[in-house]
Design a protein around this ligand. Sequence first.
Ligand code: NAP
Length: 325
Amino acid sequence: MMDAMRAVAYTRYGSPDVLRLVDLPVPEPRPGEVLVKVHAVSLNASDWENLRGRPAYARLGGVFRPRRHVLGSDIAGTVESTGAGVTGFEPGDAVFADILSYLGGFAEYVRVPAKVLAPVPAGMSFVEAAALPQAGAVALDGIREKGQARAGQRVLINGAGGGSGSYAIQLAKLAGAEVTGVDNAEKLDFMRSLGADHVIDYRREDYTARGETYDLILDLAAYRPAAAYARALAPGGRFLYVGGSVRTLARVLLAGPLVGRAGDKKIGLLVVRLGVQHIAPLVEMCSTGRVRTVIDRSYPLGEVPEALRYLGAGHARGKVVITVA
Ligand SMILES: NC(=O)c1ccc[n+]([C@@H]2O[C@H](COP(=O)([O-])OP(=O)(O)OC[C@H]3O[C@@H](n4cnc5c(N)ncnc54)[C@H](OP(=O)(O)O)[C@@H]3O)[C@@H](O)[C@H]2O)c1
């Protein structure tokens, strides 16, 4: 194995222009860790937020400057070597993981705790395995585990044309729900192709002000007061904040329980259980073809800045993946 590897790094928050393709030493796995040769790493909203240092919670890992210099958290690759005490993994094994707590995926090699790794199912490509972890966890928890979408219910997904939404629409349809997808005009046909029964262009229409109500709203881009969400819920309905502004998060947490009380509506935050061990049901559905992973574009490692620019500009339909090896 080589001593040096290529990685895409940054030392200050900013636009994709602050990213540099650099040579770094290949990390040594410590006890309990596995060195993974990265074959593919997918982009997530979290990479975009951590790059820019916005919203405020993206600076938890460094108020003025990022503490971790290599982003990238949904990885798929092969085991290169293992640290002391690691059992169950052999060099060459195909593995994937969500390493949001550790980062470092925009590189040829990354060192990760063995406990976060899972085998890539037979027949699944590295690109598809890299697409699944975070987006899949948001969709699975939001629609099935916490959202508990059921047949006949009306489900609205705001921000449904991106990575998480592309899985969420399909899961809601599989549950038998009537699905409304909200995103920008470029993505309306895409959401329909995934099964959305109705689509709304958020730049033209406010879904909370149309007089329609829903049993479940999964909002990946929430920017409104809690009362607006209460208005868009049917009696007994549930609103789940997944992403959006910190201001709206605060409003949902503080005012949500109050404004939801009339009509028995639940307005709260979705805390996603990250980690591929939690998404086994979705991985199974993808392996058997019941759910499909949509890769909009893939880029080589040296083009991480272009890939992030594309994601950040809101063009991505489904997932954007970096192919490394
Ligand atoms: N709660 C948790 O525990 C947890 C855990 C992980 C991730 N997250 C969050 O989950 C979300 C996952 O997003 P993702 O990976 O699917 O991102 P993505 O691929 O970037 O998709 C987000 C979509 O939302 C659209 N959008 C932006 N502003 C909008 C608005 N005002 N109204 C409606 N749609 C809008 C975007 O399109 P345009 O930009 O073109 O408009 C894009 O299509 C992120 O917000 C992330 O922070 C939460």
